[in-house]
Ligand binder design. Structure first.
Ligand code: SAH
Length: 220
């Protein structure tokens, strides 16, 4: 008999309480709430802080990076208004948690991370959960992932001084791009929607993300 990979303890109770918190914080998209129910966040945080996995807070994941606050992920995912058939590009895989949330919300997920040890850990967690509609690439996500473009949605999980031009080019018509834009100490979440060769631009929440390092971001 082949043993199935274990994700015990399952922690369904704490996860359900997190979903209740997200609801209280204004998340109404049922598919998004369902994705949080299905995704075990404790698999994506270091063992020493696993007991904090279902708090609505950002946590360190090593290499100076953090797994974002769940309500931030939820807000992002709700803003993208996903219908289920999209191809989505994520820049900044980090722990892989949001990658798996996305895998429950769309048809195909493509995700790029520049820090190899983080990508290795994310890949392991994703494989352990037997998620199959995710493709991963280690490299500079500011140039996008041209091979599989165009994307119906692009999410950038790190802060950029400007919107990286290759990501604009790799967005499908009517596609939506979410990216924190601004200085290193604070940014504005920007939502761009492509209309042919033009882009509608909305400036949303004040946010604070780790820097996007690369050719079309901050200099590493
Ligand atoms: N959504 C992730 C957030 C991780 S933090 C999570 O919840 O776990 C942002 C990530 O962006 C970090 O892992 C960082 O290494 C990565 N990053 C920064 N610049 C990048 C670039 N140019 N290309 C790809 N990833 C990048």
């Amino acid at each position: 008999m082949v043993a199935r990979p274990s994700v015990e303890p399952d922690l369904r109770g704490p996860r359900q309480r997190l979903v209740d918190v997200l609801r209280e914080r204004g998340i109404t998209d049922l598919a998004v709430l369902r994705a949080f129910e299905l995704t075990p966040r404790h698999v994506f945080v270091p063992t020493g802080i696993r007991h904090r996995a279902y708090e609505d807070s950002a946590l360190p994941i090593g290499n100076g990076q953090t797994i974002s606050q769940p309500s931030i992920h939820a807000r992002y995912l709700q803003l993208l208004k996903l219908a289920g058939r999209e191809r989505v590009l994520e820049i900044g895989t980090g722990s892989g948690y949001q990658t798996v949330l996305l895998s429950h919300l769309v048809d195909q997920v493509f995700s790029v991370e520049r820090v190899a040890p983080l990508m290795d850990a994310a890949r392991q967690a994703i494989q352990r959960l037997e998620v199959r509609n995710v493709s991963l690439l280690t490299g500079d996500g500011t140039v996008g992932w041209r091979e599989y473009a165009p994307y119906d949605a692009i999410l950038v999980s790190a802060a950029s001084p400007d919107v990286p031009v290759p990501l604009l080019e790799q967005l499908a018509d009517q596609g939506r791009l979410l990216v924190p834009v601004g200085g290193r100490d604070g940014q504005r979440l920007v939502l761009l929607t492509r209309r042919g060769d033009a882009y509608d631009r909305e400036e949303l929440d004040a946010v604070r993300f780790v820097p996007l390092l690369g050719r079309h971001g901050w200099t590493p």
